[in-house]
Design a protein around this ligand. Structure first.
Ligand SMILES: [Zn+2]
Length: 494
């Protein structure tokens, strides 16, 4: 056995040697002389800074009248020693080093209560750091909890509607598309100005200078999101009085609320509900019509529809955003449809049944045409309206579905597309057909694209993945330009 196995903690070993020495009533010098080593070496060993060879441990044990096994036990020899070990370890951690603070000398002069306080602070520091650096598992759990809260409230948030309705009224936006003029009025109403610039840090969609009440946006682009949405999301955080997120769940909740706020401004509740109720009466509900009425993207219209459908129209719904690879990027429901889930209850990242509309649409003759489909599932029949949107990251199916009993209110109910899904029964679509498998099962070796973001902890930081230095440097540059002081030339378009 050597200590180098890594199985023995040097700090604990040093503490046990010191404890045995003091119990025996020996000084460091006397023990060093007895084992024929320099006192400085022994001191380093007792402080856990040097690793003794087994022969030396045996000599020490024999001089100190204890068993070797007694010295190498992985328990602190006393309560006090346990605290000392904990403090030494904590002060050596990268987390403590990142604070740039001095290390406290762990000596017998340090009062036990000071030691207790320091160890307690280190434990709390570590706990908070772990809480902030959400692991994928924690992120999935936070997401699952958020979906459950949305379900409990039928995807409808009264307090957000109230704030949005108040602002819509303040700028006189009561129906139709939100114009650029109305957006500027809203921005001014909330005390901000808008500035477009090409040098936003990559990890950000917008940056707000709270001191000068300026919102920096990327230049208009035909491939990016609806530029109004970016502005509305940025304004949403202030209109909803969000504080800096305390953890990942909080960050996620704020994002969902800012998105909701943006959609509620683009499609004000009273106008949208009036439009939808008339369509329902005419048995002609269609996400496409809602989209065109307010000139928004299909996905925004689909989200807004799910906010309002249950609360105002009495129609339970489900929503999905699915990639061409069949992976669910976003999904929520209050109509009891059974989404695939992992053991933590997370839906995002799972693969949807290949017979569901959100995947079948990719095999349609014209995938960009509206796709309607009835799907018989174990627990009933659902009808879905699905639309494929092109994005810079590829094609995504946006799917809104309702239980069979509610299809009578929708356009597209006459479709003859029908499918049957037995998922999660693996015989449905998870196992390849027997003849295909017979030909290829032993002769195929795909190289999988690894989604590295699924393996790593989420990027750290109050706003995950955003580098504070980049943001502060950006604000510095632009604030100097805005205040007319010298600095890099501004890249601000009106
Ligand atoms: Zn299936």
């Amino acid at each position: 056995m050597t200590v180098a196995d890594g199985e023995i903690d040097l700090v604990t070993l040093g503490q046990r040697i010191r404890h045995a020495r003091r119990t025996k009533g020996m000084t460091l010098g006397a023990l060093a002389a007895a084992v024929d080593r320099a006192p400085s070496l022994l001191s380093q060993i007792e402080n856990g800074k040097r690793e003794p060879r087994l022969a030396l441990i045996q000599s020490l044990a024999s001089v100190l009248d204890v068993q070797v096994t007694e010295l190498i036990k992985q328990e602190a020899p006393s309560y006090r020693a346990g605290l000392e070990i904990a403090l030494v370890r904590a002060q050596r951690s990268p987390l403590y080093a990142s604070l740039g603070l001095p290390a406290v000398n762990v000596s017998s002069k340090l009062p036990t209560e000071a030691l207790e306080a320091l160890v307690g602070l280190h434990d709390e520091l570590e706990r908070r750091a772990i809480e902030q650096a959400a692991t994928p598992e924690e992120a999935r759990r936070a997401n699952a909890e958020l979906r459950q809260r949305m379900r409990d409230r039928d995807n409808y948030f009264t307090e957000l509607e109230t704030v949005a309705a108040g602002l819509s009224a303040a700028i006189g936006h009561t129906s139709g598309p939100l114009t650029e003029r109305a957006l500027n009025d809203l921005t001014a109403h909330l005390g901000f100005t808008l500035h477009r610039t090409a040098d936003l840090p990559r990890a950000t969609r917008s940056i707000t200078d709270l001191r000068n009440r300026r919102i920096y946006l990327p230049p208009p682009s035909h491939i990016s999101h609806d530029p109004r949405t970016i502005v509305l999301q940025a304004l949403g955080h202030f209109a909803l009085e969000h504080q800096e997120p305390v953890n990942y769940a909080d960050f996620l909740r704020q994002r969902v609320e800012a998105n909701y706020f943006a959609a509620a401004l683009l499609m004000p509740e009273s106008a949208a509900v009036d439009f939808l109720q008339r369509a329902k009466t005419a048995k002609a509900l269609a996400i496409e019509d809602l989209r065109d009425m307010f000139a928004v993207t299909y996905e925004t219209a689909a989200h807004r529809f799910t906010n309002l459908a249950t609360h105002h129209l009495g129609i339970p719904v489900h929503f999905m955003r699915v990639g061409e690879d069949g992976i669910i990027y976003k999904a929520y429901e209050n109509d009891d449809v059974t989404f695939p889930t992992d053991v933590t209850g997370a839906i995002e990242g799972q693969i949807v049944c290949r017979y569901w509309a959100a995947r079948a649409v990719f095999n349609a003759a014209d995938r960009y045409a509206s796709h309607y489909q009835y799907t018989d599932m174990g627990r009933g029949t659902y009808w879905c309206t699905t639309h494929v949107e092109r994005t810079v990251d590829g094609d995504f199916a946006i799917d809104v579905g309702v239980p069979y009993a509610h299809v009578k209110w929708f356009q597209g109910r006459e479709t003859t597309n029908r499918a049957t899904s037995a998922c999660p029964d693996p015989s449905c679509c998870r196992r390849p057909p027997a003849d295909l498998a017979g030909r290829w099962a032993d002769h195929a070796w795909p190289s999988a694209r690894v989604h590295s973001h699924l393996l790593a902890a989420l990027p750290p930081g109050t706003f995950p993945g955003v580098d504070d230095t980049d943001v502060y440097a950006f604000l510095d540059r632009h604030a100097q330009a805005a205040n007319g002081t010298t600095g890099p030339s501004p890249q601000i378009a009106p």
